[in-house]
Write a protein that binds this ligand. Sequence first.
Ligand SMILES: [Zn+2]
Length: 380
Amino acid sequence: MSQDDLTCETNIARIDQDFPAGAFSRCETPGKRRFAITIAPEDQGDINCSAWYAFRITPTRRARITIDLDYETCGHRYWPKTSTDGVNWTPVSPDQVEISGERGDRSASITLRLGNEPLFVAGQEILPPSVYDAWLDGFADKPFLARSLLGRSAEGREIEMVRMAGETTGQRETVVLIGRQHPPEVTGAFAMFAFVETLAEDSALAQAYRARFETLIVPLLNPDGVVKGHWRHNTGGVDLNRDWGPFTQPETQLMQGLLDAVAADPARDLRVLIDFHSTNRDVFYTIPDELPTDPELFTRKWLDLYQERMPGYEVERDARHEVGRPISKAYTYDTYGAPGITFEIGDETDRELIRRIGREAAIAMMVTMLETPLPAPADE
Ligand SMILES: [Zn+2]
């Protein structure tokens, strides 16, 4: 592919992808007001159909243009959103978007009225590492929250870990939260932001939780995939949430090292791992209640309480387990006997509802965790 494919220009506007998470495979100009963008996955391997795209339109004059989105595989998935500042995003109005074709082969056509300013168009809000940095800076006044470098991605980007814990002298129980194994799954990230903010509040509940539990948060496990606008993989061409067991990739090896360190420390106990993702709806993928976990029946008790706190909203749970499946949820259970949970948010779930979901799920999690019996003391 030539560099020229990655920009295109008419006397009306120019389109490029030269910013974090910018991605498409080809751009052409069938007319001066018409742009054709081809979207393809990051590599030739098997891939989940999360057809990410993000581009910037720089107008040279006010005009109405049409942009066709064509997909080499999978077809259109993400409803287009626009932003002038890269921070605040608005879904494109339904009367400006035309989607055609059958499932698996859909294309989309977007009509936009250009103003004077550059306009970002993307499948979801763009949440690059700088957004995480700013978010974590917001906790700078919280003495119980410490940022550290867990390690680096294949391309050398920082993978940060945040430890949240109040002062204690006793046994420490550990809750692990991770996010962005899959680059386009930003709705899961929004839920994780609200979840973590709730754990960090000054409420009596959050203080009691922090006094007993440490929370280890790895909010952005696949920064390379995010910055490069990947659909699914890291730069090794691997779906990181199919690598928990083989651990062939630097990013997943960091998680293995972290969990092993917790398990090897007699003063700590892994209680739960929650992994934030996105799919076509809000759903929790969990270990079935029939399989014994420690803490016992934690998932059921947590989700029952969460449902009570969410009147008018139906909590969906899909419980299954396949021994040895190389995903975070199954690995956590198989290796440590602790419940692993995949916390999925729908691609287009209302963003305010996502904040409520993250907050209420965090409150229910803290209450449920505080009701679990203390682990048996470590051997001297
Ligand atoms: Zn995912």
